[in-house]
Design a protein around this ligand. Structure first.
Ligand SMILES: [Zn+2]
Length: 252
């Protein structure tokens, strides 16, 4: 059954969800979703595959193992914990368990371009794996710091998750940073301004923006509608919803 919103927008346009989480997020978050719930929900919104992460990697790896065609796991690592973290990343890569790295400078309390991040950035560059960095909150995850990290590691592909998130000044900085650094991609979940999706597509480049939901923090329908009404053509929407992320991840 095709699920068409009252605006005439087809929620079933093919998609890759470049940003989602399985598991329980307690405390102020108060959100949770199981792998099974996500896998059942995805086809209802045209989502072929979701890139997932969770602070405890075992949770994301178990979800990926249960739904290998639908879910792909990132290694969520906290570089502030020190040396063992680089070894953990290499171990996960050697066992072919992860498709990239997730950094959450806000959640784990380190500045995005802190020296502690460098070893993980080097490993990601060597293995040609992308690094997804949460953006949009002072003092740890501002677009300027992520831009400095991208400048320091020009061979590492960085995804600025949320493209600045909720603050207009940060959103603009995310766009300007990606224009300056061709190793920066933008992901638009939770970013409130539909107009900035079109601006990013036009100014950063048609290949360097993609869609994500940040499930279970946000609802698929809300995230989809914002991008659908951004003013992009159907072909451009296909780039943002599906083609760009697929190409970025090297998926056939
Ligand atoms: Zn997230």
């Amino acid at each position: 059954m095709s699920q068409v919103a009252k605006t005439g927008i087809d929620l079933n346009r093919p998609k890759i969800d470049a940003h989602a989480h399985v598991g329980v997020f307690g405390s102020w978050c108060g959100v949770a979703i199981t792998a099974q719930e996500m896998a059942e929900l995805m086809p209802q919104y045209g989502i072929e595959k979701s890139i997932i992460s969770y602070p405890d990697n075992e949770v994301a790896l178990a979800a990926q193992k249960a739904y290998p065609d639908k879910l792909a796991a990132l290694a969520w690592l906290n570089p502030a914990l020190g040396e063992g973290v680089a070894q953990e990343f290499e171990g996960l890569i050697d066992r072919r368990l992860v498709v990239g790295l997730k950094l959450h400078p806000l959640f784990n309390a380190y500045v995005a371009d802190d020296e502690c991040v460098y070893p993980l950035m080097e490993i990601a560059a060597q293995k040609d794996l992308p690094v997804f960095v949460h953006s949009g909150h002072p003092p740890f995850s501002l677009p300027w710091s992520i831009g400095q990290l991208a400048e320091k590691f020009p061979k590492t592909r960085l995804v600025m998750v949320h493209m600045g998130h909720g603050h207009g000044v940060y959103i603009q900085s995310a766009i300007e940073t990606a224009i300056k650094r061709d190793n920066v991609w933008l992901e638009c979940s939770g970013m409130p301004m539909h107009t900035k999706i079109r601006e990013a597509y036009q100014r950063v480049g048609s290949e360097r923006l993609f869609w994500g939901s940040d499930l279970p923090f946000h609802h698929y329908a809300v995230e989809i509608l914002r991008t659908e009404v951004s003013g992009l053509s159907p072909k451009e929407l296909d780039d943002v919803f599906h083609d760009n992320a697929k190409k970025f991840m090297g998926w056939k």
